[in-house]
Design a protein around this ligand. Structure first.
Ligand code: SAJ
Length: 476
């Protein structure tokens, strides 16, 4: 098959594709052919830098996605500059200190000491970079609409410094169309043309915080360019550090893949949460039902109910797709229903708490309740969007005195709350009316908690291995 540069496209088509207005005459034909050769040269130059690891890599946002990504690139020999708007974080990195559990301290320290990795506060060094990867948050507004302020502000900054030959790749989870419809026009305000002067792709992050089995390196990576040149350089770039790259036909497709993945989880978590609500009415043990259902060796995968859905992905990302679908007059009812059920779970926990307090003969306003676990999932210290915080607020509204213990969270301030972790002492346990297990961290002595507290509401089945006093436990 002929190489792109050998194809004889008509000057009009070529000129149009290259972003030059065809005004006729042979001189443009020379210009167009020269530009096609230019473009191919830019692609080849970038490919060479990527393949010999001399490309200077920029990573915008040094969080739980950006920092592990930067470390993987540094480990294979790329020089990496982290652009981190939080100067304190940038300074920590430049001291060779780590703050992301999924990153190995010694690997970060070595990369910083050898100069392979450093952090800066702003975008002034972008012109020296060959590839810039964007790993910034994509939150929701209060009424569940996409909030692209970080993606847009970063893109505007990049447009100021953009130069021919660079690849920009967005990793943040977002609705299909963000890269093509939002980022591309902003970047072309620079006067440079996508696919001709610079290259643009979407490659959704697939980080499962705390998952030591699947890492940045061995998790399959989907990559979609806004055109064939962008696709070629983006696939080459990601292939340097990721075992298996999965090319898809466009940035839109890549964006859709990711929001589908997280919608899949949100819907299935909502399904088991709904089952928990029904089992409660039917006096069935939802944990027993699910454990038995998951013995089926095919056609099913484990999900479990809980006090709600936390983190910065599952509660948020599906609503990016829901919002975009409305543009097509399409109601994504599964997403809406899943969000409704999952957001309702903290209230269900409050209802069950009231039942336990009634059984103990204590009114909520006279109770002292221990919340065991505030991070949004086990064995992590991240409390963002954690349902535990919703449970605490609801119980405080009922007048209860609420304290928390979480071995991974020394303190937190969010949702109008500011609390310190209390030690899990015998005195504390003896002073509490009841305990609610909201995060099933390993390493907590659940036997001891259940022994000493009058009653425990277990929303995670953390007490499943309890050897005694099962009558002092109520399961979600
Ligand atoms: N949860 C349940 N029941 C379940 C699974 C999860 O209640 O069966 C709750 C968790 O307790 C947590 C929330 O849902 O509060 C989200 O859990 P999660 O396991 O999806 O954790 P995240 O959001 O940190 O990571 C997810 C990734 N997780 C997995 O694939 C296991 C993955 O979906 C994405 O790569 C990532 O979000 C992301 O960054 O999008």
């Amino acid at each position: 098959m002929s190489q792109p540069s050998q194809r004889r496209a008509s000057p009009v088509a070529l000129g149009a594709r290259l972003g030059h207005k065809y005004i006729g005459g042979p001189h443009l034909r020379i210009l167009a052919e020269h530009s096609e050769a230019d473009v191919q040269n830019r692609v080849n130059t970038l490919l060479a830098k990527i393949e010999n690891h001399t490309a200077l890599v920029g990573v915008v946002g040094m969080g739980y996605v950006g920092l592990p990504f930067a470390v993987e690139k540094g480990k294979v020999g790329f020089n990496v500059i982290g652009i981190e708007q939080n100067p304190a974080r940038a300074d920590v990195i430049n001291r060779g200190e780590n703050y992301i559990p999924d990153v190995k301290d010694e690997e970060l320290r070595d990369l910083v000491s050898t100069g392979h990795l450093r952090a800066v506060y702003d975008f002034r060094e972008v012109p020296q970079m060959d590839v810039i990867v964007i790993c910034v948050p994509t939150p929701l507004t209060r009424n569940l609409n996409p909030d692209l302020q970080y993606v847009e502000s970063v893109t505007r900054e990049l447009a100021k410094y953009l130069r021919p030959g660079q690849l920009i790749s967005l990793e943040s989870t977002t609705y299909p169309g963000t890269t093509q419809e939002i980022m591309l026009p902003i970047l072309e305000e620079s006067g440079l043309k996508a696919e001709v002067d610079f290259f643009l792709s979407h490659s959704p992050e697939r980080v499962d915080p705390g998952n030591s089995r699947y890492t940045t390196k061995n998790t399959n990576k989907v990559v979609g360019g806004i055109g064939p040149n962008s696709q070629q350089v983006a696939v080459a770039f990601y292939s340097q550090t990721i075992d298996h790259v999965v090319p898809v036909s466009s940035a839109n497709a890549a964006e859709m893949v990711k929001v589908f993945e997280n919608t899949f989880r949100a819907v299935n978590i909502a399904l088991v949460n709904e089952l928990a609500l029904l089992c409660d009415k039917m006096n069935l043990n939802v944990w027993e039902v699910l454990d038995a259902a998951f013995t089926k060796p095919f056609g099913i995968m484990p999900f479990y109910p809980g006090p709600g859905v936390g983190g910065h992905c599952i509660p948020l990302d599906p609503h990016y797709l829901e919002w975009k679908a409305r543009e097509y007059n399409f109601n994504t009812r599964f997403i809406a229903l899943a969000g409704e059920i999952n957001r309702r779970m903290p209230e269900f926990v409050r209802d069950k708490t009231h039942r336990v307090l009634n059984m103990l003969g204590v009114s909520p306003s006279k109770s002292k309740i221990l919340i065991l676990g505030v991070s949004y999932k086990r064995d992590l210290g991240d409390w963002r969007e954690s349902p535990s915080l919703d449970v605490i607020k609801l119980l405080q509204e009922d007048g209860a005195e609420v304290v928390y213990h979480d071995p991974h969270v020394a303190n937190f301030a969010d949702h109008g709350l500011a609390m310190e972790c209390v030690p899990l002492s015998d005195e504390l346990l003896d002073s509490c009316t009841m305990c609610i297990i909201t995060t099933d961290h390993q390493g907590v002595d659940y036997d001891r908690v259940v022994d000493r507290v009058a009653h425990t509401l277990d929303t995670r089945n953390a007490s499943k291995r309890l050897t005694r006093n099962r009558d002092k436990v109520t399961l979600l």
